[in-house]
Design a protein around this ligand. Structure first.
Ligand code: FAD
Length: 324
């Protein structure tokens, strides 16, 4: 993908992260005639998957093609897109300065961070290589594609919930306790009632043949045939750039288990730090593509509204100072 040269900064808004959230915000801002720079490292979370689902009119599109199309749309409305990694952010008199890994800097009046998250996967030999292909996590993203197939759920704090979700798509669901906390009697009853097998053993490795998962080997040597594995990754927000601005992450907790981290914000993405917005998975780990894109549009519109207020205040001051 090509990178643009930015001649005039400060721009109205700097967007760090050019996935669907960041690019949707850039379109909303560009269409409002705001100058925008998007800094993007080019590594969207869903890149390992060949197809993206549940985004109306774009069902089955490749994640990288979605981003390429999004960049074209953002550029059409004047956004500049820089291929690079933002390393740090500092506050300036008029807004923010972002330093990139290549030593360059970009200045802007407002900052939107849409850097997404990192999925920390269970440490099982052979598993990471299959991530996004037949190691899955989201039934709405890839469940239909493995309907009626044999699915194994890797034990985690999410396992009971995931097992019931994937059971909606296939009758062949097995939960492997792996290293997860033990199921309660009530959970075991709920699993058994839906015909979900529970294997109280650790998974030692993932078996692959002909570029497809064929099963798992357990720590006692047994092998179980499977077509896909479901994991409950830890969702770690990619929010390092916000630390220097005083914004830390919050833990996402379910039933006393920490599922990941995120940056807290109001419904349109405004954070506790004036002038700084967040959108997409960095703020909402459960957001799918369409939800992250919507969050980007909302944040872009909110930033435009905030800039309008500042522009009005400045115009009133100017008018007062020139009044006879
Ligand atoms: C394997 C997999 C498959 C999925 N499939 C689907 C699906 O089929 N349908 C669906 O709706 N959802 C799917 N999802 C969820 C989807 O990936 C997210 O909803 C979506 O990517 C969130 O968009 P985002 O813009 O918030 O973050 P991302 O898409 O992750 O984009 C963040 C961008 O910020 C960049 N970035 C990060 N740090 C920096 C930095 N310091 N400087 C500059 N740039 C930076 C990254 O390189 C990246 O380009 C899937 C997720 C996974 C893991």
């Amino acid at each position: 993908m090509t990178s643009d040269t930015v001649h005039h900064t400060p721009v109205d808004a700097i967007v760090v992260g050019g996935g669907v959230a960041g690019l949707s915000a850039a379109v909303a801002l560009g269409r409002s005639r705001r100058s925008v720079v998007v800094v993007d490292a080019g590594d969207p979370r869903n890149a390992p998957a060949a197809h993206s689902h549940n985004y109306l009119t774009r069902d089955g599109e490749s994640p990288l093609e979605l981003v390429r199309l999004g960049r074209d749309e953002a550029r059409h409305y004047g956004a500049h897109i820089i291929d690079g990694t933002a390393r740090s952010a500092t506050r300036t008199e008029s807004g923010f300065e972002i330093s990139l890994a290549d030593g360059s800097v970009v200045q802007g009046r407002r900052l939107l961070v849409t850097t997404g998250l990192t999925d920390v996967l269970p440490d099982i030999p052979g598993l990471a290589e299959r991530w996004g292909r037949d190691v899955l996590h989201c039934p709405y993203c890839h469940g239909w594609e493995v309907r009626d197939r044999a699915i194994g759920i890797v034990g985690s704090a999410m396992a009971q919930h995931q097992a019931q979700m994937w059971r909606q798509l296939t009758e062949h669901v097995t939960v492997f306790a792996h290293t997860a906390p033990e199921f309660t009697d009530e959970e075991l009853q709920r699993l058994a009632a839906r015909g979900i097998d529970v294997v109280d053993e650790e998974i030692a490795g993932v078996e692959v043949d002909n570029d497809a998962i064929v099963g798992v080997t357990l720590s006692d040597g047994r092998q179980v045939r499977l077509d896909a594995l479901v994991v409950g990754p830890s969702f770690t927000s990619r929010a390092d750039i916000l630390v220097s601005l005083g914004l830390g992450t919050t833990e996402m907790v379910l039933d006393d288990h920490v599922l990941g981290t995120y940056i807290e914000a109001d419904p349109v993405g405004a954070t506790a730090v004036p002038g700084v917005w967040v959108a997409g998975n960095v703020a909402a780990p459960m957001d799918t593509v369409v939800a992250a894109a919507a969050a980007g549009v909302k944040a872009g519109a909110a930033i435009n509204g905030d800039l309008i207020e500042e522009d009005v205040r400045a115009a009133v001051e100017r008018a007062k100072s020139t009044a006879p």
